[in-house]
Write a protein that binds this ligand. Structure first.
Ligand code: HEC
Length: 442
């Protein structure tokens, strides 16, 4: 029977069954999060589990709220880790749900897809995140942990992987490399979970280069799978550097203890190219109360030939949209990523399908748009003027980007705009903390 599926206007055959048509899609695109112990609120690993959700699944995929993927395909470059469904997959699921969500001829249910860790038996270095007690309820503040590595010489990191323990409560984590002598959370005692004050987090030395302060080694977010930087590429872990974890947990109704780890593999030979995370950030904005569309700008200009590997837009609860555009020396402009409906719950790193060459003089323009109006359902308080800060009721505009260049070159490879006044992040008029910050809907 040929029916016309009104919403998408395409003809489809109304014969889809779970086992023949839907299960392969769910297996590839959904069960990574919708399986036991994962972040998804229900399991989608068997027909009996999936059947009662057929309507919601159809709605979620047709509206493209699931799988979570926030880049607009038409205004972004193609991404290696794009998990969005094709039109055909959406149509198959919709048609299956509309025609009675039938099982079809049973086939064995596949094993849930798991993140496959590196095949190498033992990492060279395991950095443990300290045991962290996640309460059943309430807001958990951003916590820092400084872990000295005490390495006697410079090391090249070929790859790093998270081994997340309690996936259902880890909202996201970042691991930063902090070179010796850096001003970054310098007051935090080593080995003890630490909630940084705004001043201690934002403080930096007058003439400090970003590369001497900190570098994002790797981030974790739900649905994460490690993507190696590629052969011959590595990040530098300088002698005497520390690893600083920024940990963000969310309560999910059950108290638990998380013991996650970061596994590090060193390069076996000197790399050809160094991978560096650059961090253009606007720390100087003040978002007026009630403002529905406040734009903040920051940028990084290449001082030499660079290759772009990945991008991670970062804002908090008032984040509305984000765009990164390359402006090339010949005047040409290219949108690299456009996130029209930003969602704080998903701190996604977007890996370019094909690394992009950036000639010297190319400017990467990062535009963040904030919604500080009462219409933003995540807004903790629409009556505040909002400035830069750590906590989710404060804001950030950071465009984390991984670039590569010859390993022996000076790592001061970009000129950053938006951080021109050192120390300006520490605002004299810090916004008041609301009585209770709402928990994002997860
Ligand atoms: C990267 C992790 C991830 C992937 C992949 C994913 N989901 Fe989800 N899903 C979640 C989370 C987390 C939630 C809870 C709501 C939220 O945070 O957005 C959710 C919620 C849902 C809901 C709504 C449940 C409710 O309570 O109403 C449906 C339906 C759903 N997912 C279906 C799917 C389907 C179908 C796929 C694959 C096509 C999929 N999801 C892929 C993480 C994921």
């Amino acid at each position: 029977m040929l029916i016309r599926f009104a919403l998408l206007g395409l003809p489809v055959l109304a014969a889809a069954t779970y086992h023949d048509d839907v299960q392969p899609i769910l297996k590839a695109r959904c069960v990574g999060c919708h399986a036991k112990g994962e972040i998804g609120p229900m399991q989608l690993t068997t027909y009996d589990e999936v059947k009662p959700w057929a309507r919601s699944i159809k709605q979620a995929v047709v509206r493209r709220t699931m799988p979570p993927w926030h880049a607009n395909r038409d205004r972004s470059v193609p991404f290696h880790n794009d998990r969005s469904l094709t039109e055909k997959e959406i149509l198959t699921i919709a048609e299956w749900a509309d025609s009675g969500a039938r099982a079809g001829k049973p086939k064995p249910e596949p094993e849930p897809v798991r993140v496959v860790w590196s095949p190498r038996p033992a990492p060279d270095l395991i950095v443990k995140v300290p045991k962290f007690k996640v309460p059943a309820q309430g807001t958990i503040e951003y916590t820092f942990l400084v872990t000295p590595t005490d390495l006697p010489e410079n090391k090249w990191i070929a790859s790093a992987e998270w081994r997340i323990d309690k996936r259902s409560v880890v909202h996201h984590m970042n691991a930063f490399i902090r070179p010796k002598g850096s001003s970054y959370v310098k007051d935090a005692p080593a080995g003890v979970p630490y909630v940084a004050s705004k001043a201690s987090r934002g403080a930096r030395r007058e003439d400090e280069r970003e590369v001497d302060r900190r570098e994002l080694l790797i981030g974790y977010e739900p649905g994460y799978a490690p993507i190696p930087w590629g052969k011959g590429r590595a990040k530098l872990l300088p002698k005497g550097a520390d690893i600083v974890f920024e940990m963000h947990y969310t309560a999910n109704g059950t108290a638990m203890e998380d013991e996650s780890e970061l596994a590090i593999y060193f390069a076996t030979e000197p790399p050809k190219e160094r991978v560096l995370t650059i961090t253009p950030a606007d720390t100087l904005f003040a978002i007026p109360p009630g403002e529905p569309g406040f734009a903040s700008h920051t940028a990084a200009t290449a001082k030499r030939d660079l290759t772009l590997l990945s991008m991670q837009p970062h804002m908090h609860l008032r984040g509305k949209a984000y765009r990164i555009t390359a402006k090339y020396p010949d005047g040409r402009r290219e949108d690299l990523i456009d996130v029209p409906a930003y969602d704080f719950n998903w701190q996604t790193t977007y890996f370019l399908h094909r690394p992009k060459a950036l000639p010297p003089g190319t400017t990467l323009e990062c535009t963040a748009v904030f919604d500080n109006s009462p219409n933003n359902r995540f807004n903790p308080d629409a009556k505040q003027t909002v400035r830069w800060g750590d906590q989710s009721w404060e804001e950030m505009n950071i465009g984390f980007m991984e670039v590569t260049f010859p390993a022996e070159a000076d790592p001061d490879v970009v000129t950053l705009a938006g951080t021109t006044r050192p120390g300006a992040a520490v605002s004299p008029q810090a916004p008041a903390k609301p009585a209770s910050a709402p928990r994002p809907n997860r």
